[in-house]
Design a binder for this molecule. Structure first.
Ligand SMILES: Cc1cc2nc3c(=O)[nH]c(=O)nc-3n(C[C@H](O)[C@H](O)[C@H](O)COP(=O)(O)O)c2cc1C
Length: 200
């Protein structure tokens, strides 16, 4: 494990709890695997634009027919996808905001879902075109949702990344972070231990 793509989305930047869990995961991976190379994709600091008809239009326009702007949009999306292809593993911080994933992460997902590039449809249904690799998902939440129908994130991320071919997912939850200091402290410690076990 050498190249790690690090995706963060906390509006609090590196102070965010999900970003802190990402940091702990990277520290543990270093301890286990030695030197690692990291590529950072901070979706809060450098937001991916929202998908609109013009950008989607660029995705579905053939290479020979694209104008300059469309080519730029495709090049940008291609570069995001290339970061994934270059990664031996992905470490992703996922805060819960208003019962969902951060909008910045959704915009990123909208730019890596490309027909014929990261997925294709066949007679037997969709096929993901990304080679599988471990994805560590560090989820930080004010309340408690894991394993309940209110956990909108886990099934969604599983479905979405699975659609692209990424199925080796490892979820770590730090929950109840807004439920008092004691609960917060124990949740962070437990998440830390889970990370240590997962990366050992
Ligand atoms: C705008 C906003 C919306 C939030 N919505 C929820 C929510 O719907 N459910 C929840 O459990 N926690 C919610 N929280 C609490 C966050 O999940 C919690 O603060 C977590 O640490 C966020 O991750 P981060 O610190 O990496 O940004 C919200 C926090 C913010 C700032």
């Amino acid at each position: 494990m050498k190249n790690i793509l690090v995706i963060t989305a906390s509006i609090f930047g590196q102070d965010g709890q999900s970003s802190q869990l990402v940091k702990h995961t990277l520290d543990q991976l270093r301890e286990t695997h030695g030197e690692i190379r990291t590529t950072y994709r901070d979706l809060a600091a450098e937001p991916v634009p929202h998908l609109d008809a013009s950008r989607f239009g660029a995705f579905i326009t053939g290479a020979d027919d694209r104008d300059g702007h469309q080519q730029q949009v495709v090049d940008y999306s291609d570069s995001l996808i290339q970061e994934i292809k270059d990664a031996d593993a992905i470490v992703m911080g996922v805060p819960m905001y208003n019962f969902g994933i951060p909008s910045g992460l959704k915009a990123y997902f909208d730019h890596i879902a490309r027909s014929g590039v990261t997925f294709r449809y066949t007679e037997n249904g969709p096929v993901g075109l990304l080679e599988d690799r471990p994805v560590y998902v560090l989820a930080a939440r004010g309340g408690i949702y894991a394993g309940t129908p209110n956990d909108s994130q886990t099934p969604y991320i599983r479905s979405f990344l699975g659609f692209l071919g990424l199925t080796d997912l490892h979820f770590v939850y730090a929950e109840g972070l807004n439920m008092g200091d004691e609960k917060k402290e124990s949740a962070l410690q437990e998440a830390g231990r889970t990370i240590e076990t997962l990366t050992a």
